[in-house]
Design a protein around this ligand. Sequence first.
Ligand code: MG
Length: 170
Amino acid sequence: MQSPSESLRIGHGYDLHRLEPLAPAGPGRRLVVGGVLLESERGPVAHSDGDALLHAVTDALLSAAGLPDIGQLFPDTHPENESRDSREFLKAAGNKVREAGWIVANVDATVILEKPKLSPHKQVMRSNIASALDIDASRVGVKGKTHEKVDAVGECRAIEVHVVALLVRD
Ligand code: MG
């Protein structure tokens, strides 16, 4: 049997996107979080679809496996990634992690967004992440928090996401 240091890897992912009024009033894209389109007057400024939750999960997995990060794999200067559905980034990261000999044990995410409320959508977000990674939704946790109206996140000017992911040797 392998020692825990050889058979386990933890990864941390973080993302933040500035939220601006939606086009045409401003540069914001529609607010998509965990593959779910949320009703909002503001949305992320981003090259891809700006799904901060999926970006942070993607980075947590890549980082745990010691692979290049999301910005290196999918540069925001590349036209191919413009408006791209971030589920494709997550799927690709999941495949790379598997190819490197790892299984995703679990993913745990905290999304900090002042509004709208995430609670009605958390189950769908969990299933979207799980299906992109080809794992059971019970291995994915998504928590929603506000920033108590303070600072940029609390003033609805940004969305912030923290994720940890655990990998086990296949
Ligand atoms: Mg991002």
